[in-house]
Write a protein that binds this ligand. Sequence first.
Ligand code: RB5
Length: 142
Amino acid sequence: MKIAIASDHGGLEMKTVLIKYLESKDFVVADLGTQSNESVDYPDYADKMAAHILAKESDFGILICGTGVGISIAANRHKGIRAALIYNEFVAQMAKAHNNANVIVFGGRTMDVEDVKKYCEIFINTTFEGGRHQNRLNKLDD
Ligand code: RB5
């Protein structure tokens, strides 16, 4: 499984920890930046991620900004992107089972990275239920 990851400066530290963690679990990780603490604009990284996911270059994406809010808003402006801000284990499960999110989002300044590792595992190990949920997803892109 290939996972793309991107953040602004507010998510850089969490991105660095998550890359190591995901690689230790044998996932292939595509790092789309940012690479330094210099202040950058989160929409640029959401746009990069959206292009990458819509081109099917990775199986899903992880986006991180300070709160996860701005980068979620930006990612969800792209038709075909279903970006889910995950804040507990139940939401991590439902974001796949019901929403089939293709991007999951975290707050680098608001969340504990150990919790975030758990949320990633749950999301990866959950299956989309399809059926009535697929009908709802179809309406998002109509
Ligand atoms: C950047 O300072 C901060 O505004 C950004 O990371 C994010 O929290 C926006 O929603």
